[in-house]
Write a protein that binds this ligand. Structure first.
Ligand code: KIV
Length: 269
């Protein structure tokens, strides 16, 4: 398993870090078998596997349920688990209680927290021994306020993002995920920060890349953002299911090859 210090070494050796989301046992097994460096159990699971309109409905229990399955599927991979909306950012006591619950229950290597307003949480979690990955730029939990659009697109917003990135690092964030920002800004942030910066829609200069499993494999997703590259096509599953349906209707399945042949009736007399 890669540890945090391995990810720091990768940054200093200019070796790119790969990260992909996984939400269940089989996807986690596949990601580990592919040798991907890190898994993110993202709260994007609300849309990708639970069918919600947005991630706003995702709960701490959802995250625990899915992250435990991912850990079973990928026992040897560095796993980051998302803190869902409202789990932190309320008050110190409930923030730390929720973070500890998620961290302990899932055997995660780190938790991810969205937004620059969580400086105090990041500091306190670190002091408690919980590694926190910060997520800046487009933060999907705030989509009701910011929409799904590129962030840091004006000089003022870019400066703010630069300062926020520095601030979460100073607070103790161990990794930064940077989503949907101009590539030159992401390059500058990656250069200035000593922690690994993982980009999604942030160009190629970040220390690593993350993609959503269901986006990159075209699995049940109707819409793909500009930054998604499709590496496989699980939509073929629909034609496999149609084929099965037709064979059942036609009495073609199961054939002899899929049938136990032992004759038992004679033995019952
Ligand atoms: O929830 C998620 O999958 C994420 C990625 C978009 C980085 O936060």
């Amino acid at each position: 398993m890669k540890h945090l210090n391995n990810l720091f070494e990768m940054k200093s050796n200019k070796e790119k870090i790969s990260m992909v989301t996984a939400y269940d046992y089989p996807s986690a097994k596949q990601v580990e078998a592919a040798g991907i460096d890190t898994i993110l159990v993202g709260d994007s699971l609300g849309m990708t596997v639970l069918g919600y309109e947005s991630i706003v409905q995702v709960t701490l229990s959802d995250m625990i349920h899915h992250a435990k399955a991912v850990r079973r599927g990928a026992p040897d991979t560095f796993i980051v688990v998302d803190l869902p909306i409202g789990a932190v950012g309320i008050n110190d006591e409930s923030d730390l209680k929720n973070a500890l619950k998620l961290y302990q229950a899932t055997d995660a290597n780190a938790l991810k927290a969205e937004g620059a307003h969580l400086i105090s949480f990041i500091t306190k979690a670190r002091a408690m021994g919980i590694p926190v990955v910060s997520h800046l730029g487009l933060t999907p939990q705030s989509v009701g306020v910011m929409g799904y659009k590129m962030q840091g697109a004006t000089k003022e917003d870019a400066l703010q993002l630069l300062n926020d990135a520095q601030a979460v690092k100073e607070a103790g964030a161990v990794i930064l995920v940077l989503e949907a920002v101009p590539s030159d800004l992401a390059a500058l942030i990656s250069e200035r920060l000593t922690i690994p910066v993982i980009g999604i829609g942030a160009g190629k200069a970040t220390d690593g890349q993350v993609l959503i499993y269901h986006d990159m494999l075209n699995y049940g997703q109707d819409h793909h953002a500009k930054f998604v590259k499709q590496y496989g096509d699980f939509s073929q599953g629909v034609s496999a299911l149609k084929h099965y349906h037709e064979e059942v209707r036609a009495g073609q399945f199961p054939s002899d090859a899929h049938t136990y042949k032992k004759q038992i009736l004679g033995e019952l007399e």
